[in-house]
Design a protein around this ligand. Structure first.
Ligand SMILES: NC(=O)c1ccc[n+]([C@@H]2O[C@H](COP(=O)([O-])OP(=O)(O)OC[C@H]3O[C@@H](n4cnc5c(N)ncnc54)[C@H](OP(=O)(O)O)[C@@H]3O)[C@@H](O)[C@H]2O)c1
Length: 250
């Protein structure tokens, strides 16, 4: 059977690495993101059938339209990789610009829901062996300063994934919350609104996960025998762990 992965946020980081990994395994691809030049560039580099869609996942009508107008040869989706997302505002909650909170909710929660809702009928139609991989985060499980709405949005991703599993029981569609720890992508550049030094400093002197590490996990999950559902995977680099509780003292 021809296999097709629909990947959101394919212009960078995990999404781009996933496109390369699934292509190397012979899957066809539907790649989306807002930056068209990057989509064109990725398509050029891949030698599998690839359909690109310039798409902002926050726009429910555009998402619906993009899914409804998928060319026939890309319409039977085998894996949806809900990867598009971002963190903003590393400062504490009291100092955050409200619009940054809204952008994270609109992208990480509403955007993911928009794409899932639009693609569910297609996934259910294909049935057994199909997979939804929702990219959560360790921030959805563990609190840390400056995580505020970002972590909360990823907790939404985790619970939405579990709840979807209940409603998809009997359809054969699998759902996984894939929750990475620190990984070197453009994530911190976005979070700091373009501060390359801050981004470099975060990853300096340690060994973060790479985008390819996460792409390998995505492929492993999507390629499992159809009777196996991985509910949640939390992946940290070996050099990342928890810190002690913070105690406020006089
Ligand atoms: N890196 C980490 O440490 C880490 C850890 C845990 C979880 N995550 C999660 O992993 C996912 C991928 O992040 P990454 O680390 O690969 O970061 P990245 O390199 O910044 O990639 C983020 C991707 O999301 C896309 N995106 C952002 N907003 C979008 C929107 N409104 N509509 C469509 N696409 C949008 C971007 O594409 P365009 O800008 O072209 O639209 C880009 O392709 C995110 O959900 C993130 O929260 C990252």
């Amino acid at each position: 059977m021809k296999k097709i992965a629909f990947i959101t946020g394919a212009t960078s980081g995990f999404g781009r690495a996933a496109a390369e990994k699934f292509a190397s395994e012979g899957w066809s691809l539907v790649l989306s993101g807002r930056r068209l030049e990057r989509l064109l560039d990725i398509k050029e580099c891949l030698d599998v059938p690839t359909h690109i869609i310039q798409l902002d996942v926050r726009d429910a009508a555009a998402v619906k339209e993009a899914v409804e107008s998928l060319p026939n040869e890309f319409s039977e989706i085998t894996a949806l990789i809900n990867n598009a997302g971002l963190a903003l505002a590393p400062e504490g909650a009291a100092d955050v610009d409200l619009s940054d909170w809204h952008t994270m909710i609109d992208t990480n929660c509403t955007g993911l829901v928009n794409v899932t809702h639009a693609l569910l009928p297609k996934l259910i139609e294909v049935g057994a062996g199909t997979t939804i991989i929702n990219v959560g985060s360790i921030a959805g499980q563990w609190p840390y300063p400056g995580s505020h709405v970002y972590g909360a949005s990823k907790a939404f991703v985790k619970q939405f994934s579990y709840n979807l599993r209940c409603d998809l029981q009997g359809t054969g569609v699998r759902v996984t919350d894939l929750a990475p720890g620190i990984a070197e992508t453009e994530f911190t550049l976005v979070r700091t609104k373009g501060d390359q030094t801050a981004s470099d400093n975060l990853y300096k002197g340690t060994t973060p996960l790479s985008a390819q590490d996460i792409a390998e996990h995505m492929f492993y999950i999507a390629d499992l025998p159809e009777h196996i559902n991985i509910n949640r995977v939390e992946v940290m680099p070996t050099r990342q762990a928890w810190s002690p509780f913070a105690i406020d003292r006089d």
